[in-house]
Design a protein around this ligand. Structure first.
Ligand code: DCP
Ligand code: MG
Ligand code: MG
Length: 588
């Protein structure tokens, strides 16, 4: 209980409040909402041979996320299995819930991580409501959700934090008391938001703190259907909160960092390239290890290919310091990536079939995520318009490996990029025709460049990715149809777009933005990958970066030039198609 005998201190300090929501057993909840009778039974959502997730009834019976199906059904014979291969329903719900939360961030910082996590920066709304508190009537407080309409909001009891609490509240005269009030007020907002989501049929866990790192870890403390606020403010209190966590559970600390530090602390040889979620050391063990310091971390973790300032970053994380901002609201993804894993594709017919399947998914995703109704427009295809254009299409393949080969997950992964063909944006062409053209005229030639036919194929993964997203309306390229010419006027741009990428030996954090969730067969990754605890949100940019280890088009042996039959310009042969598309747009 707060008992103040003095007026509130003016809350003028800058202090952010962040509420991350992580939906409980997300895919399972989506399926349960489609079939409410499944709520009462143990439910697993399968993708290939493993469970992407399972509901809490199944968890009570010993089933866990990412368990192999055969193991899960052995433990729980009445487990009901639902198919989770088609991500569209999960994506749709994720977008719907995101839109519901969006108005609660007054500074419009609301970031989606994977499909089931949302970070909401509620600093402004919370600060506003701290100012409204009256110490004499705390129990009858009113949370005001609008600056314009004082009646829009909800009543709440501000004499105590809502939900679970980590730490002990400071006394009113304490310098951290204002921070405490903000956490307290934010905890009531979190409770209100959880109820709003529940009205839509979705329970979640959330955390309330001052940074993405701390609030995410707080949210993990009490799951499902709960919330936790951190009311520990001094450095010592935060450090001891961090100390209890397993190193790998800290967002921003990935598998490679974990293995290197684990090896150092335990004086064991550990291969940093083997992907793992396992970890036997705590943050406290690493932090208190003799000689641990920023230079030590830099020495252990730095080197070619590592993130700049890695020692300082990890030192900060070990001490609970994270200054990364919640990204501004956007429903437009930075890229759309579709992939599948295979037991080994050997024949051209199999490759063709899979390229068609992936093209179908990509086109459907692009329509879901990037097309909106445009009532003003009188165009073929009716009233639809693209809200963003991915400028590049990238194809990545990886040979089949087995976990027992003990070779790094990404060994042999190679990519090739080229400009996105314009026909993919057509509303007048039949979808099937677009898919056919994309698969046979664009992706298959790319595939054959990456995997020359004379070699015996043994393909374990194909990923297609629509990248370099340009939001329509920006005056910077493909956003507005005719501006495509700007892109091709700049030769370097054309050349860069056609670079061949080879990921072999790609250093960590480059071209590996979304780590595989599972090694080997049945891998769930790429666009399917959610933002579980290993989400490296301090380093999200990595996924948007082009792969490193680039080979230029010259090295790839494409030296030929040809004259354009329309303007007679001498164009590298590989860029001719793109150049002709530029002419085509001029005629639109
Ligand atoms: N998912 C996936 N592959 C993984 C992990 C998760 O496809 N390796 C999917 C299924 C999950 C969703 O992403 O439903 C969200 O992941 P979470 O880790 O948040 O797991 P859940 O929401 O299922 O469970 P929890 O209640 O533990 O958050
Ligand atoms: Mg979840
Ligand atoms: Mg999650």
């Amino acid at each position: 209980m707060i008992d103040l005998d003095r007026p509130w201190p003016a809350s003028k300090i800058s202090f952010s409040n962040i509420i991350p929501q992580d939906y409980d057993c997300f895919y399972a909840q989506v399926i349960e909402n489609q079939n409410p009778q499944l709520k009462a039974v143990p439910l697993g959502v399968k993708q290939k041979g493993i469970l992407a997730t399972c509901n809490y009834e199944a968890r009570r019976r010993g089933v866990t996320k990412l368990m192999q199906i055969f193991e899960a059904t052995k433990i729980c014979p009445d487990l009901v299995l639902a198919d989770g291969e088609d991500l569209s329903p999960f994506r749709d719900v994720s977008k719907r819930l995101y839109s519901l939360l969006e108005p609660f961030s007054w500074n419009k910082k609301i970031e989606r991580l994977g499909l089931d996590e949302v970070f909401l920066d509620v600093t402004d709304l919370v600060a506003y409501n701290v100012e409204l508190l009256n110490s004499n009537t705390l129990q009858q407080s009113f949370f005001c959700l609008s600056r314009e309409d004082p009646e829009q909001g909800f009543p709440y009891d501000a004499s105590a934090v809502s939900g679970c609490v980590h730490g002990s509240p400071p006394a009113p005269g304490d310098p951290s008391f204002t921070q405490y009030l903000r956490i307290l007020v934010a905890s009531h907002l979190a409770h209100y938001l959880r109820l709003k989501l529940e009205e839509e049929g979705y329970t979640c866990a959330c955390g309330i703190s001052s940074s993405k790192l701390l609030s995410k870890l707080a949210g993990n403390k009490n799951k499902p259907r709960n919330q936790t606020a951190i009311v520990a403010f001094g450095e010592d209190a935060i450090v001891s909160f961090m100390d209890e966590h397993k190193l790998r559970k800290v967002p921003g600390i990935g598998g490679r960092t974990t293995r290197l530090l684990e090896g150092h602390v335990l004086s064991k040889e550990m291969d940093p390239s083997v992907y793992t979620m396992e970890c036997s050391v705590t943050v406290g063990q690493v932090r208190a290890h003799p000689g641990m310091s920023v230079p030590t971390l830099e020495k252990l973790l730095g080197g070619p290919g590592s993130e700049k300032g890695i020692g300082e970053k990890v030192w900060g994380l070990l001490h609970g310091v994270d200054n990364t901002e919640v990204k501004p609201a956007s429903l437009i993804p930075t890229q759309i990536s579709i992939e599948d894993t295979y037991k080994g594709l050997h024949e051209l017919s199999e490759i063709n079939r899979e390229l068609r399947a992936l093209s179908t998914s990509l086109l459907r995703r692009m329509h879901v995520d990037l097309v909106e109704e445009d009532p003003k427009r009188d165009a073929p295809g009716g009233s639809q318009r693209w809200v963003a254009h991915p400028k590049t299409i990238r194809l990545t393949t990886r040979p089949k490996t087995s976990p027992s080969d003990a070779i790094p997950y990404n060994a042999g992964r190679t990519s090739r990029s080229q400009p996105m063909p314009n026909f993919i944006f057509s509303f007048s062409m039949l979808r099937d025709a677009i898919i056919e053209k994309l698969a046979s005229e664009v992706l298959l030639p790319m595939f054959l460049k990456l995997n020359p036919a004379q070699r015996q194929w043994n393909i374990g993964l194909i990923n297609i990715c629509a990248a370099n997203m340009v939001v329509t309306g920006n005056d910077d390229g493909l956003g507005s149809g005719r501006d495509i010419s700007a892109m091709f006027r700049r030769q370097e741009d054309v050349l860069r777009e056609w670079t061949v990428y080879s990921d072999d030996g790609v250093p960590q954090n480059q071209g590996q933005g979304s780590p595989p969730n599972v090694d080997g067969e049945g891998a769930i990754s790429g666009d399917n990958a959610p933002a579980p605890n290993d989400a490296d949100f301090g380093n999200q940019g990595a996924e948007e970066e082009e792969d490193s280890g680039t080979k230029t088009w010259e090295e790839d042996g494409w030296h030929g030039t040809e004259h354009c039959h329309r303007c007679d310009l001498l164009i590298p042969a590989f860029a001719l198609l793109a150049h002709q598309r530029y002419h085509a747009t001029e005629c639109d």
